[in-house]
Design a protein around this ligand. Structure first.
Ligand code: FRU
Length: 501
């Protein structure tokens, strides 16, 4: 963190560099990847992150740190964890040790971080990944490495990382889930220091189009039922063979404190997000029971081009924080994702429309609405149009299109002409996801920032997150209908304030 940080906060220019996200988290300077150690403690949401504090490309990993009271406005804090004799600090989690099971807190409570130490086996140069812990007695401001580190290692696995730890009420134990190449492994502990192997999952389940990374495991109620289900999130790394690059899948099932049982056939692959830029995401730990939410945040980039995106001084941002829920669908229980309600505090004056028939492309009703940072809530009723949607961040030569193809029943984002796409041949692309209309209607909840778009369709049934790098002057917004009409049943448009100034 720059020592002038607090002064800078007051300046009009703070966070106004080209492509700087206005209401997403991004580091003050330098490189960031995965979100880490998200935990709520004594009124603060903590967000740690994979951080290289000396350059804007990936390098020796530290944990950067920020705190927030509302998940929207963040205060940067000094770097929390530094590489030491056991290696770099890779991804991991943090928990509140409420009853001092670790013995670090003299009978009180405090924060324990559980992460991967990454170095090399002495002599051979073979990568070594082991799990370690650190603790903080001052609300995460300073951290002490446990002298008994590492607390878990296994020479069999080259990839052995990204521990996510949670307290399992029913068995009175800490559970750790970590990624081991082509599967996840589960361990249990009573004190966070010694860990026993419990089970493994996934060698033959889900997608294996990349190395498994950054797992998470948590229980959620299924809406409108008396059921709970367990959700396992698993990110899969970049493989040059696939244009999608790195992405995130999830499993639904049961967990008894030792073993996870997938309730879907092994071949079923469930994607958390159908865009290209939502990776390594996990959920907050220790949200108060009165709150009751399960909140997720992901790294809004893709290992295919993360090191090459056209920003200076800083690189990468997180997705919006999203609430996760479970819902019964005709295909089974599925995750629902909605942006956290706190985001509504950023709204400026609302512009509303109701029951407008869109029959031209572009329709002139939109001539007065434009912007670079805004939110749209729209409901369309299908009619004769073969496709409809929005073109945004538009200028003569640039546009990003969020649309619905009626015949194919597909939602799409087309960022082929979105702006600067030159840094990687896979970046300019159009991608799609199946989305069925509900009573002939499609609902889109869209967030546009200076370098991203996020779409939540049909009340969070489907999410699509994409980076874009448009010119600063590309501010046009249009609604379109192709080959016929569509009814815009309702539209709410809100310019969004910056959360950084
Ligand atoms: C995922 C990841 C993790 C690892 C970290 C290193 O993006 O590869 O598996 O811990 O990044 O920065």
């Amino acid at each position: 963190m720059n020592p002038k940080e607090n002064e800078l906060h007051n300046l009009e220019e703070y966070y106004t560099e080209a492509f700087r996200p206005q209401f997403h988290f991004s580091p003050h300077a330098y490189w960031m990847n995965d979100p880490n150690g998200m935990v709520y403690f004594e009124g603060e949401y903590h967000l740690f992150y994979q951080y290289h504090p000396f350059d804007i490309i990936w390098g020796p990993m530290h944990w950067g740190h920020a705190v927030s009271h509302d998940l929207i406005h963040w205060e940067h804090l000094p770097t929390a964890l530094f590489p030491d004799k056991n290696g770099m600090i890779f991804s991991g989690s943090a928990v509140v040790d409420h009853h001092d099971s670790s013995g670090f807190f003299k009978g009180g409570s405090g924060l324990v971080a559980i992460f991967t130490h990454a170095d090399q086996y002495p002599g051979s140069g073979r990568p070594r990944q082991r799990q370690s812990i650190a603790f903080s007695v001052d609300r995460g401001r300073t951290w002490h490495m446990y002298e008994g580190n590492p607390v878990l290692s296994d020479e069999k696995y080259l990839d052995f990382r990204d521990p996510k730890v949670f307290w399992h009420e029913e068995t009175n134990k800490w559970i750790m889930i970590l990624a081991a190449g082509d599967h996840v492994r589960l361990y249990t502990s009573s004190n966070l220091k010694s860990w026993e192997f419990a089970s493994s999952f996934g060698v033959d389940a889900g997608s294996h189009k990349g190395v498994w990374e950054c797992p998470d495991l948590f229980k959620l109620p299924v809406a409108h039922s008396h059921d709970d289900k367990w959700v396992m999130i698993v990110s899969i790394g970049e493989d040059p063979a696939y244009p999608e690059g790195s992405r995130t899948q999830y499993f639904i099932g049961d967990f008894d404190g030792s073993t996870f049982r997938n309730e879907n056939p092994n071949e079923t692959v469930l994607w958390l997000d159908y865009g290209r830029d939502n990776y390594a995401g996990v959920t907050w730990s220790d949200l108060p029971a009165e709150d009751g939410r399960r909140i997720f945040i992901g790294w809004m980039s893709n290992w295919k081009y993360a090191n090459n995106t056209p920003t200076n001084r800083w690189r990468s941002a997180m997705t919006l924080p999203r609430e996760l829920k479970l819902k019964n669908t005709t295909k089974g229980v599925r995750l629902i994702q909605t942006p956290v309600a706190e985001l509504s505090h950023l709204r400026e004056e609302e512009m509303k429309l109701n029951d407008v028939i869109i029959h031209q492309s572009p329709d002139p009703i939109f001539s007065e609405i434009n912007g670079k940072s805004f939110e749209i809530i729209a409901e369309f009723e299908l009619d004769s149009a073969s496709a409809f949607g929005f073109s945004l961040r538009k200028s003569k030569n640039e546009k990003t299109v969020i649309g619905y193809d009626v015949g194919k029943q597909e939602l799409f984002i087309d960022r082929i002409n979105s702006g600067d796409t030159s840094f990687n041949p896979y970046f300019p692309c159009k991608h799609t996801a199946t989305l069925k209309p509900k009573q002939s209607r499609i609902k889109l909840h869209i967030f546009v920032d200076w370098s991203s778009v996020e779409v939540f369709a049909n009340n969070g049934e489907l999410a699509m997150t994409d980076l874009i790098f448009p010119n600063d002057t590309s501010e046009g917004l249009e609604v379109f209908a192709l080959d016929g009409n569509v009814t815009l049943v309702s539209l709410q448009f809100y310019p969004l304030k910056s959360s950084w100034r």
